[in-house]
Structure formats: C-alpha cells, structure tokens
Design a protein around this ligand. Structure first.
Ligand code: SF4
Length: 312
C-alpha cells in the first residue's frame, strides 16, 4: 500500500468481502442522518445536499497510485466515515474500477438519497449495494436515525424500492436492531414487510456491537436476534456477532488497522474475532499505537475500545 493516502484505507480483511479496499469520499461524519446507534459518534454535519466534498481528482490519483504499487483486493468498497452518495461524483470510482481493474465494487449506503435518479444511476454501477432499513414509519425513523431536514421515511422507502426495480446487481439490506426501540416482534414484522418489498438478495441483521452515539442505546441478545432473523426469512443472516468464525486468519497491516479504527472503533477481542487473528498480536499493535498517541482507549460498558485520534 502506498504511504500518505487520505481517501483510501485497507485493504481491510472482511469475512464477506475478503480483502476490501475502502474508499472514503466524505469528511469525517458528514451524513444525511445522525443515527442513535452510530459507532462514529454524533453527526456534526447532518446534510442532504450533494456536492464535491473531496476532490475526485485526488481520489482517482490515489487509486492509480494504489493500483501501480499494490492493486491487490477482492473488492473496492465505497464506505467510511459518512454517507458516500453525498459526493456528487461517487460513480466515478466505479467507472474507474471498471476501466482499470476487474475488481468487484461495493457501495455501502444508508439509502436516503436513492430517491434521486442520478444517485440511483451511479449506484447501479456497483456490483454489490447495501442499503439500510431499520424503521417502520416516520416516527420510528426520526427516533432511530434523526435525519437531515427533508429526509423522510417515505422518501427513503420509495427511493430504495425504485433502486431495486432498476438494479440487476446484488442488493443487501441491513436492519439495525436496537433493544427496546425496534426489537419488539410486532415492529420487526412491519420492518420485514417493507424489507421484503425490496426483494433483497440478502438481509443483514445487525445490532450495537460498538460504542453508540447515544448513551442507553443497547444491543439485543443473540437469541432474540435469531428469532428476529427468522421473521425476515431464509436470506437473513446475523452479522453482529464478533465471535471467532474459524477458518483462515486474515492478515492486517498496521496501516489497514489504523484506517479501520478511524472509521470503526473496536475492542481487541472484536478485532481478533473479526480477523481470526491472535488477540495478543493485535493487542501489542494497539498498545504500541496508543503509547504514541495515535489511538486512544476508552472504557465503555466494561470493555476497552480503541479509537483513532485522526479524524481528518
Ligand atoms: S450509522 Fe451510517 S447513516 Fe447513520 S449516522 Fe452513522 S454514518 Fe450516518
């Protein structure tokens, strides 16, 4: 991996995507929503206007450098510390990937801008797209996601439905379950009905496994998630678990580890399970970076989380 990349991180080992090169197009925590469960903390910039949030020329120059120097990844993923479709030219990353590589592309989006035909057209360039749907009406949407003004539940659902109608690639829907907020079976059934209207290829059931933006937001227990997954049907999988999965260890470089923690604070145990890697080796790296002030440690609910100090 070339040094001093501002917009690329990883490749990060991922159970589902293999080695995934992350591309971050949005300044830290600039998003169309301020989700109560967000692992990045509260959103200081809740916006819905699209724009050139970072120079696409710089992003493509970094991708060219990466391709020359390394160029090894199973996926190129638009993700990171904000909502990627806020960038007016996010589709250029997919066009670049198609032109210069045969690596599959992924878009991780909250789906709030899918009502815009331009967003749908560029999103459709990705081989895989994951959208979010965790509410069942406007009140629950506001309560869970605290969206930007003008971003409504109706717009979200209609936009995601329109996208499914047009998109031929693999569509996943992530449903984020918060204990006591949308975990009741009666509400889950309402969410499931809307999710099924998107005919997703897969449904990812997630919960609060990292420190949330708002105190008091908590995870649903695994047995309950299992019962919830059943309501969603056979394409639903629980992705929240950080249990060791078995199989091969996924190597992660120091740079990729720091890039990941900048966007996803985690405990040593979670990282070890995620990468199926010895916890003592990860702990050593984490402590090394904490000692020089690159990472900071914070105890949440009895667990020590490692956060990046770099939010540029
Ligand atoms: S969870 Fe995702 S959509 Fe929600 S505020 Fe955080 S970055 Fe934005």
């Amino acid at each position: 991996m070339p040094k001093n990349l501002k917009h690329l991180f990883g490749p990060v080992p991922s159970r589902r995507l293999g080695r995934s090169l992350g591309v971050d197009l949005i300044p830290f925590k600039t998003c169309t929503m301020d989700c109560t469960f967000c692992q990045l903390g509260e959103t200081p910039c809740v916006v819905s206007e699209r724009g050139d949030y970072v120079s696409m020329q710089d992003v493509l120059a970094e991708l060219n450098r990466w391709l020359e120097k390394d160029g090894q990844a199973d996926h190129i993923t638009l993700a990171g510390s904000g909502e990627p479709t806020l960038h007016e030219h996010f589709g250029d990353v997919f066009r670049w990937a198609k032109e210069h590589t045969d690596i599959a592309t992924v878009l991780l989006t909250n789906g709030t801008l899918m009502h815009d035909p331009d967003v749908r057209a560029d999103a459709a360039l990705a081989n895989k797209v994951k959208v979010t749907l965790s509410a069942w009406d406007e009140i629950s949407f506001q309560q869970i996601h605290r969206p930007a003004q003008g971003v409504t539940f109706d717009l979200l659902v209609k936009g995601e439905q329109a996208f499914r109608h047009e998109y031929l690639g693999e569509l996943s829907v992530e449903v984020f379950i918060i204990e006591g907020v949308n975990s009741q079976f009666s509400n889950v059934r309402k969410i499931a009905e809307i999710v099924q209207s998107l005919s997703p290829d897969r449904i990812d059931i997630n919960t609060v496994v990292r420190p949330p933006a708002v105190k008091g937001i908590s995870a649903s227990p695994e047995e309950q998630l299992e019962a919830i997954a059943e309501i969603f049907g056979p394409t639903a999988t629980i992705t929240a678990s950080f249990k060791r999965q078995g199989g091969v260890s996924l190597e992660i470089s120091d740079e990729a580890l720091l890039g990941l923690l900048k966007r996803h604070p985690a405990t040593c145990k979670q990282l070890a399970a995620e990468f199926n890697y010895p916890a003592d080796k990860i702990f050593k790296s984490l402590k090394k970076f904490a000692a020089v002030g690159v990472l900071r440690e914070e105890v949440r609910d009895g667990d020590v989380y490692f956060f990046s100090r770099d939010k540029d």
